[in-house]
Design a protein around this ligand. Structure first.
Ligand SMILES: *[C@@H]1O[C@H](CO)[C@@H](O)[C@H](O)[C@H]1NC(C)=O
Ligand SMILES: *[C@@H]1O[C@H](CO)[C@@H](O)[C@H](O)[C@H]1NC(C)=O
Ligand SMILES: *[C@@H]1O[C@H](CO)[C@@H](O)[C@H](O)[C@H]1NC(C)=O
Ligand SMILES: *[C@@H]1O[C@H](CO)[C@@H](O)[C@H](O)[C@H]1NC(C)=O
Ligand SMILES: *[C@@H]1O[C@H](CO)[C@@H](O)[C@H](O)[C@H]1NC(C)=O
Ligand SMILES: *[C@@H]1O[C@H](CO)[C@@H](O)[C@H](O)[C@H]1NC(C)=O
Ligand SMILES: *[C@@H]1O[C@H](CO)[C@@H](O)[C@H](O)[C@H]1NC(C)=O
Ligand SMILES: *[C@@H]1O[C@H](CO)[C@@H](O)[C@H](O)[C@H]1NC(C)=O
Ligand SMILES: *[C@@H]1O[C@H](CO)[C@@H](O)[C@H](O)[C@H]1NC(C)=O
Ligand SMILES: *[C@@H]1O[C@H](CO)[C@@H](O)[C@H](O)[C@H]1NC(C)=O
Length: 301
């Protein structure tokens, strides 16, 4: 066997492999820059002048990269971007972990393609004019820890597959036009510390499954169309600090288990049809941790 020939063919194969791998890598890295520039060209903004092909994207305002030069964070809060997310090719960013585009004057739909960002842990789209449904595909983001979409024009239901987001600590959807019921499955998000659904169009009962969320510190359901009783399971939320359910159609009495929530400082229940007397335990709470309690509009007690 001719060892010279075989070693040179090994070399040829190695060089070919190297060329192939580096071209594929450069193509995907260029893909990220290209996708960002494409999005920029769709925006009515002057605030992205550093986004230019004459320097690496890792130095562009709002962009952070990993050691391999791949985009990991896009943070442009309060930048007047004046555009739509549908023009953003999310499928080009396999390493993206953080997006913060709060108060960036974005409108239009939240595209389903967002569901391809498999490493995403933080998504903040607060305070824009985003409209349409919350896409089902958001439930593909199984590494998500914080989901912030308050103060938009989102409508339609909370997807029941939200239960797939097993690392979620913040589910923030307040001040939208979200409708339908609170899915029972929300009670499976055991890592939740903040659940904020106030000012929406939610109907139906407060699911008893919320009692499973023992890490919850804030539960805000104010200004919806919720009906039925306050489930007694709320008394299991031992870490609760703030509980707000005012301005719904809740009936029945305040569950006495709420008296066991020793960390509770705020309890807002006014504007419902709750009956019966204020349970005696609240007088204990009032003299310990509870600072704010409102049962109706007229009297703080
Ligand atoms: C890159 O181009 C932008 C305009 O597109 C310009 O403002 C900037 O000074 C240029 N930077 C360099 C390093 O050439
Ligand atoms: C994602 O980052 C890894 C390193 O963590 C890198 O090997 C890979 O090429 C990156 N992907 C893209 C498309 O840049
Ligand atoms: C979006 O990015 C992917 C992956 O980089 C690419 O295959 C696709 O052609 C892009 N789509 C558009 C509309 O540019
Ligand atoms: C996004 O940025 C804003 C403004 O800097 C900040 O207040 C907010 O906490 C950030 N969002 C997240 C989820 O960290
Ligand atoms: C968003 O942009 C529109 C004009 O395109 C402007 O009227 C509006 O005030 C802006 N909103 C915010 C919150 O900046
Ligand atoms: C979401 O996940 C499902 C099943 O795992 C997959 O079929 C679908 O293509 C994914 N969608 C996106 C937008 O990534
Ligand atoms: C959550 O709560 C419901 C109703 O209170 C209960 O039936 C269910 O077993 C609980 N699920 C988990 C995963 O703990
Ligand atoms: C209540 O708050 C204290 C101090 O913030 C904290 O250490 C504790 O874990 C909380 N939960 C309970 C159930 O006391
Ligand atoms: C409370 O109940 C009364 C009588 O059933 C009803 O007329 C009223 O609309 C209810 N109020 C609220 C806030 O649901
Ligand atoms: C409150 O806690 C005490 C002591 O842990 C327990 O015996 C009682 O059943 C609880 N009350 C309610 C209504 O959950």
């Amino acid at each position: 066997m001719n060892t010279k020939a075989s070693s040179s063919s090994v070399l040829v194969v190695a060089v070919a492999w190297f060329v192939l791998v580096t071209t594929a890598l450069e193509a995907s890295l260029a893909g990220e820059a290209e996708a960002l520039l494409q999005w920029k060209s769709s925006l009515q903004t002057q605030s992205l002048s550093s986004w230019s092909p004459n320097q690496t994207k890792c130095l562009w305002v709002g962009i952070s990269c990993n050691d391999a030069g791949s985009v990991t964070q896009i943070k442009l809060p309060n930048a007047p971007l004046h555009g739509k997310l549908v023009n953003f090719n999310f499928s080009s960013f396999p390493n993206l972990t953080h997006i913060n585009l709060s108060s960036s004057n974005l409108s239009g739909d939240i595209p389903a393609l967002l569901g391809t960002l498999s490493k995403l842990t933080f998504l903040d789209l607060s305070m824009n004019q985003l409209s349409g449904a919350i896409p089902q595909e958001i439930c593909n983001l199984t590494n998500l820890a914080e989901l912030w979409m308050p103060d938009n024009l989102l409508m339609g239901p909370i997807p029941s597959n939200i239960k797939n987001l097993i690392h979620l600590t913040h589910l923030m959807l307040s001040n939208n036009q979200v409708s339908g019921t609170i899915p029972e499955e929300v009670g499976m998000l055991e890592t939740l510390t903040q659940l904020s659904l106030y000012i929406n169009r939610l109907v139906g009962k407060v699911p008893p499954s919320l009692g499973n969320l023992t890490n919850l510190q804030g539960l805000y359901l104010d200004f919806n169309e919720l009906s039925g009783p306050i489930p007694k399971e709320i008394g299991s939320l031992i870490n609760l600090v703030e509980l707000g359910m005012p301005k719904n159609h809740l009936v029945g009495s305040i569950p006495s288990g709420i008296g066991n929530l020793t960390n509770l400082t705020s309890l807002y229940l006014y504007g419902n049809n709750l009956s019966g007397s204020i349970p005696g335990f609240l007088s204990f709470l009032l003299f310990s941790s509870l600072q704010h309690f409102q049962q109706d509009n007229h009297s703080p007690f």
